[in-house]
Design a protein around this ligand. Structure first.
Ligand code: ZN
Length: 76
């Protein structure tokens, strides 16, 4: 019997937030996304994992997690 399992990822863009990059020091705004991974069985999502917020630097592409307190300060 063949069982096909995997992960799928969905992203929802939430806009730009005023954060500085911790890697390259780019002071400009970063794009904020809400990301959710889901476990799939035969390409059908069956188990969602908790969503999380991530900010992406437009200069170097580094992504970092934004916790709930920081998101509240940013007005998200
Ligand atoms: Zn950067």
């Amino acid at each position: 019997m063949l069982v096909i399992v995997g992960l799928s990822r969905r992203e929802w863009p939430l806009g730009l937030v005023p954060l500085a990059c911790g890697r390259c020091g780019h002071p400009g705004p970063q794009s904020l996304v809400r990301r959710r991974n889901r476990f799939t069985l035969f390409f059908v999502p069956v188990l969602p994992f908790p969503s999380r917020l991530e900010a992406r630097c437009p200069s170097c592409g580094t992504e970092r997690r934004v916790d709930a307190d920081e998101a509240r300060r940013l007005g998200v």
